[in-house]
Design a protein around this ligand. Sequence first.
Ligand code: GGG
Length: 355
Amino acid sequence: RSLSTAARSSLKIGLIPADGIGKEVIPAARTAIEALGSDIPKPEFIELLAGWETFTRYGVALPEETVKILRSDCDCALFGSVSSPSRKVIGYSSPIVALRKELDLYANIRPVVSVAPEAGQTPAVDLVVVRENTECLYVKQEEQIITENGKEARATRLITERASRRIGKMAFDLALERQRKHLTIIHKSNVLSVTDGLFRETVRKVHTFPDAEGKYDSVSVMEQLVDSAVYRLFREPEVFDVMVAPNLYGDILSDAAAALVGSLGLVPSVNAGDDFVMGEPVHGSAPDIAGKGIANPIASIRSAALMLRRLGYTKGADRLDTAVDQVIREGTTLTPDLNGKSSTTEVLDAVLKKL
Ligand code: GGG
């Protein structure tokens, strides 16, 4: 399937709420998309199963049917959140990690932007974490053996030149589109000189590849060890524009960056490949508040906007983002994660009014 907007009469969107608050925020995003009217092709939604609950009911976390329908019938998708257990469960494997691999969604693009900076919080945060989405420790090759000294557990950390090059290219392309055109490569190659060394070297080379033909000359490149990047993120977030990182560092960094803008409930992402795009709020399934009707729908609505933008529906995406920004700035209808008292539905209604 192509990402081009060419002559679509309808937009087929796979909806995978999965677990916990995913079941509350994905329907809210659906309603927001429906409110866009003729700014996008007529949306058609296809509800699909995945997640821990799906596993407990049907014995499989990512049904083959879900992947098949996404591949053959959908133009794009929205994924909610998943509650994988922290212990090994035989037969279970994280469906979101599997889905990213199945659909080759090799980049997780996570913009973190402060809309209404608190007093004294200057300058505002405006950065994008570009997380490699298919390898690193997430290849999930783990084993445990018993030695004479007790248990020993190992995990394979895979970094390839191919994956590092394509995520690097994605990050350079994103940097080119931004005003500051500044890219920071995140790694830990002073310790992991073979794996992170390959990531760092390969991303660095992207702008000097012969096929780049000077395209990225206007992008300034910096690099930063992951530990000091976290420190700088909290001390001087304004130094970062686009940050590109291997899978695990990108996962952690984007949650950390979310703390700077008020709540994880505000931060969207898209899982992007060359042929498909899937929006996904950065937050997890939040079992502590699931079912209470107070989950923040903004990360999911913004994820829908990112997904539409990537498909070329800029007007619809802009309308969603502007409506959300207005609601946040007004500050009267906010969910408890932002110290408000409003429900998911009340925040959604406030966004719909702005639309
Ligand atoms: N929407 C992001 C999300 O669900 N985060 C939690 C997560 O990725 N967990 C991994 C898993 O449960 O398999």
